[in-house]
Ligand binder design. Structure first.
Ligand code: ADP
Length: 241
């Protein structure tokens, strides 16, 4: 991991009507880093992710990628993959077809599609499921297909919004492990939204703790856990020292 800033938020705000959802926020993320945005519901985490993906424009401030301002760059030119909790696979298409679908639309050659689909299915450890329909898979397996569909574009940055929220505890832990492995093996930069403290603590290189559209504290899991800066962070992490 290099220490040059890769993603930068500079005094970014987002206002909906009279509601300031993201408030003059500064955040720097390094290439290859796994950063969690952790905080209570409504604190602005998803909105920040949507601005980074290009689905929402900042009301003020700049977002930079590799030193260039992104503000007017459309989502498809940002080379970022987005994984949501509600991942909406096509029910009538097989696993392989679900992953191939966006590649076909872009005119990628058949043989290359097959090769790329097989490669990502191996990555997410679903090599023997390619002909199944989504309804024949468990929730965890469906989430892996959604992840594969994102990875097939070979994104530099993967944005995840509560991706494991719908899974039960065991599957969740398995997926946490697998996402970490992919992060490490592929050298991905991951921005991961969660309201689950223990998930953020186990997965992240750094955690940004959100409160009312601001970052209350940012640091390694150890920093955040051992040395919360504010009462809010201490309470949220579950320690009142
Ligand atoms: P979090 O991800 O931390 O739960 P969000 O970013 O989803 O927080 O939402 C922060 C606040 O912004 C919430 O109060 C939400 O209702 C509001 N909000 C989000 N998107 C919109 C929108 N498109 N229009 C109006 N308000 C919105």
């Amino acid at each position: 991991m290099t220490e040059q800033p890769y993603i930068e938020f500079r005094k970014v705000s987002k206002v909906f009507g009279s509601l300031t959802v993201v408030d003059h926020l500064d955040l720097t993320i390094n290439k290859g880093e796994f950063v969690s945005l952790l905080g209570p519901s409504g604190s602005g985490k998803t909105t920040l992710l949507m601005m980074l993906a290009g689905f929402e424009d900042p009301t003020a401030g700049d977002i930079l990628l590799g030193g260039s301002v992104l503000n007017r760059t459309p989502p498809y030119k940002r080379n970022m993959g987005v994984v949501f909790q509600n991942y909406a696979l096509f029910p009538h298409l097989s696993v392989a077809e679900n992953i191939a679908f966006p590649l076909k639309r872009r005119g990628v050659a058949k043989a290359e599609i097959a090769e790329r689909v097989n490669r990502v299915l191996e990555m997410v450890q679903l090599p023997d499921q390619s002909e199944k329909l989504p309804s024949q898979l468990s929730g965890g397996q469906q989430q892996r297909v959604a992840l594969a569909r994102t990875l097939v574009f070979e994104p530099n940055v993967v944005l995840m919004d509560e991706p494991l929220g719908a899974l039960d505890k065991n599957l969740r832990e398995q997926m946490q492990y697998d996402i970490r492995r992919l992060h490490r093996d592929l050298g991905l930069t991951i921005v991961f939204v969660t309201h689950d403290q223990s998930e953020a603590l186990t997965m992240s290189d750094r955690i940004a703790v959100f409160n009312h559209g601001k970052i209350e504290q940012i640091g390694t899991p150890q920093d955040i856990y051992d040395r919360p800066n504010t009462h809010f962070v201490a309470e949220f992490i579950g320690e009142t020292n």
